[in-house]
Write a protein that binds this ligand. Structure first.
Ligand code: CDP
Length: 213
């Protein structure tokens, strides 16, 4: 079974994806980490983010070990990732990695921006996770504080809005819900409630009603 989860910045896709994967015994890939790792490789090599050839090379030579770097979760890396993720050759280079991950048995949960539309158009279930920008900024603010990063709430909110704008308007694999995606607005749901609601959608879409119990 393949579950595709897409949605805007800090919508809780990663937390939800991990919980669904654990519950269903599936593997989980936060595809945002791939783009963050490519950006991080460029920063480490002191290479400009505008260097498409270097970004493509970093994507082609990416190893799974690079995804464990705690620096990837920082606010700055999300911004840098959004810049290099607009390059078509970078996206193409990361596609094989994602396809291979999705093909494993008994299945996988992948979360990102274009999973239901480009990476796994045949996924068994497609979820599009949204939440009001202010609520997403509140959650990201808390998450960054817990990491020891003291970015102001207003800065986080404007970063999120700018990044969403860039992700939705880029010409290659823009952020959007697939036509057959089920949308879940988590503005008023905590992580547990969002997990239960998502599980109910998976059960309904697959016809496996026992999954939700
Ligand atoms: O955790 P958050 O939602 O803030 O970001 P992320 O999922 O780690 O993604 C970081 C950036 O990578 C996004 O703003 C997108 O520009 C890009 N991305 C993408 O283009 N396609 C994906 N499948 C995943 C992430």
């Amino acid at each position: 079974m393949i579950i595709a989860i897409d949605g805007p910045a800090a919508s809780g896709k990663g937390t939800l994806g991990r919980r669904l994967a654990d519950h269903l015994g599936l593997a989980h890939l936060d595809t945002g980490l791939l783009y963050r790792a490519v950006a991080c490789a460029l920063i480490d090599r002191k290479t400009a983010l505008s260097d498409i050839a270097a970004a493509t090379h970093a994507a082609e030579t990416l190893t799974p070990e690079q995804l464990a770097d705690p620096r990837l979760r920082g606010a700055a890396m999300g911004e840098f990732a959004s810049v290099i993720s607009a390059y078509q050759p970078v996206r193409d280079a990361l596609l094989a990695f994602q396809h291979q991950f999705a093909r494993q048995q008994p299945g996988a949960v992948l979360d990102g921006r274009d999973i239901g539309t480009v990476v796994c158009p045949d996924a068994d279930v497609k979820l599009f996770i949204t939440a009001a920008p202010e609520e997403r900024a509140r959650r990201r603010h808390l998450e960054l504080q817990n990491r020891g990063e003291n970015t102001a709430y207003d800065t986080i909110l404007s970063d999120i809005l700018r990044r969403d704008g860039r992700d939705m308007t880029r010409s290659t694999a823009p952020l959007k819900a697939a036509a057959d995606a089920l949308t879940l607005d988590t503005t008023h749901l905590d992580a547990e409630a969002a997990f239960k609601a998502a599980l109910a959608l998976v059960a309904a879409r697959t016809g496996k009603t026992d999954l939700a119990s």
